[in-house]
Design a protein around this ligand. Structure first.
Ligand code: 5GP
Ligand code: ZN
Length: 114
């Protein structure tokens, strides 16, 4: 784990997080600056910097993250109304924290894709 990775520090509890789900492989927590009534970040516990760094043979990681997001959406009661899953990659993709994460956004009408 890179010592300067913010999300690794959330995994190890070096910094506090508003954790909503955890298992062996995944951590989910509320975004510190929510853009919607539900704004949860879902991360692999293992450090991977960007989507580009996930090897093809570990692509099941993405399914794990989406599955977790789907279950959280059902729990929050936003599965039928709708939600958005976003994974930003590198600078022009808007990534600011370099530990792969999936945004789960919902609870209001979402518009343009930026
Ligand atoms: P990105 O822009 O990399 O796709 O998303 C990074 C997200 O991490 C942003 O939505 C930002 O608000 C969130 N974030 C940044 N620092 C922290 C933090 O210390 N705790 C939590 N819970 N979220 C953070
Ligand atoms: Zn990390």
């Amino acid at each position: 784990m890179p010592s300067d990775c913010l999300f690794c520090k959330l995994v190890t509890r070096e910094i506090p997080g508003d954790i909503v789900y955890e298992d062996e492989d995944v951590l989910a927590f509320n975004d510190i600056s929510p853009q919607a009534p539900t704004h949860i970040l879902i991360i692999p516990k293992q450090h991977v910097a960007t989507v580009n760094d996930v090897p093809e043979e570990q692509a099941s990681l993405f399914g794990t993250l989406v599955g977790c997001a789907k279950r959280l959406a059902i729990q929050r009661g936003i599965d039928a109304s709708g939600y958005r899953l976003i994974m930003n990659c590198n600078g022009e993709g808007g990534q600011t924290v370099f530990h792969v994460h999936l945004h789960l956004l919902g609870g209001r009408q979402l518009t343009g894709l930026g």
